[in-house]
Design a protein around this ligand. Sequence first.
Ligand code: PLP
Length: 427
Amino acid sequence: MSENRENKTPQQAAENAPGARDHAAQAEQLDAADPLGSAVRDRFVLDDTVYLDGNSLGALPRAVPGRMAEVISREWGELRIRSWDESGWWTAPERVGDKIAPLIGASPGRVVVGDSTSINVFKAVVGGIRMAGKGCTEILVDATTFPTDGYIARSAARMTGLAVRPVEPTRIADEVTERTALALVNHVDYRTGELNDLPGITNALHSAGALAVWDLCHSAGALPVGVERYNVDLAVGCTYKYLNGGPGSPAYLYVRESLQERFDSPLPGWNSHADPFGMTSDYAAAEGIVRGRVGTPDILSLLALEAALDAWDGVAVEDVRTKSLALTDLFLDCVAAYAPPGRVRSITPYDHGRRGSQVSLECSGAAEVMAELIRRGVIGDFRQPDVLRFGFTPLYTSFADAERAARVLGEVLRALPEEDAAPGAGG
Ligand SMILES: *Cc1c(COP(=O)(O)O)cnc(C)c1O
C-alpha cells in the first residue's frame, strides 16, 4: 500500500483537500469566539497531537500532579493516620460527590464517590430491585449497553430471582409493564454516540411504576444530565472519561433524595454504617447518601479526582454542550468534505437531540485506519467490528483539532484505499 501513500506536508494536503481552506478558516473563527477557549484548555496537559479519546481516558488536568505530591508527602508521609480526620480523607467520598453533583444536575448530598462503575451498577440494580413492588418479576436492560452493565445486571437478577429482558432504549416505553422493577439504561451509547431520551424514558418507566436507573459514563461532563429535573431514581457513572479523574479513578452513585431512606445496599460495608467506629456486629445503615459507600476508599485516586474537578471552575455545562455540538458538527462537515466519497459512514445521529459528544464512523479496515491515524498524531479509538470512534471533550478540544483530525483522516483514507484495507474485523 506504500505506493498509494501521499507524501505531502500537511499544508499541501490541506490545500488539496476539497474545501480545506474554508473549513480551516471556519475553525479559526470558532476558536476565536469560544468561551471555553485557551484559558480552559490551558488547565490540561496536552501536546501537539489531536487527542480525541477523552471519552475513554480524559487528559491530565494541570492541578493534579502538584496536589498528588502534597497528598503523598504531607498527608500520607507526615500526617499518616491523622489524615483520615485532619486532611478530610474520611469524608472525601461525599465531598467529591458534592463536586460532581452540579455537573449532573443534583443537589448536595445525593452523590457518593467510590468503587468502580461495575460495582455501582450492582448497588443500584440490587438496591432498586429491593425498593420495587412485590409483584415485580423482571428488569429491563438496555440491549445496546456497554457490556459490563449487562453482565452485572444479569447476575443481580439471578441473585434476586428476577428475569432480565434486553430492550432497545427506544422500545422501553412500549415494553415496560407493571411487572418491571426497573430499567438500566445508558444515557449515551458508547459505540454509536447516540444520546438516549432520558426524560422520556424515565417518564415512561415511572408511569408503569418502575424505577429508572441511568448509566451516565458517556454523558456526565459532556452534556447537561438533569438527574433531579427529570426525576431519575438511581444513576451511576465513571469519572475517568469526560470528568478527567485519571486511570481507574473511582465511580459515583446517585440516589434520589426521596429514595435514600429506602435504599438498602447489597454491599453494606462498614463505611456505610451509621456508627462505623462503634464496631458493632449489628448493621445499621447511615442516613443519606453515605449508605452508598462500601469499604475504605481509594484515597489517592479519589483526591486526584477531586483536584481534577477544579478544571470545571467557572464552566457552565450548557456552554460545554453548545461547544460539543459545534465541534461534532464541524468534524462531520469536514469528514464529508475531506473523506473519499462513500468510504466512511457516520453511525452517530446528525440530529442534535440524539447526539452525545462523540462521532463514530463505520469504515472498512477501521483497525488499520485508526492505527495509521494514531501514527499521524490523531488519537481516537477503534471498536469492533469496524468503528472509528472520536470523542470530543469541549474543555480541551479546539475547533482546529476537529478540522485537523478530519483532514488527517482524509489523507489516511486516500493512502489506504478500501481494497487495500484489511477486512473490517481486523485487530
Ligand atoms: C466506561 C463504562 C463503564 C466502565 O465500567 P468500570 O467498572 O468503571 O470499568 C461502564 N459502563 C459504561 C456505560 C461505560 O461507558
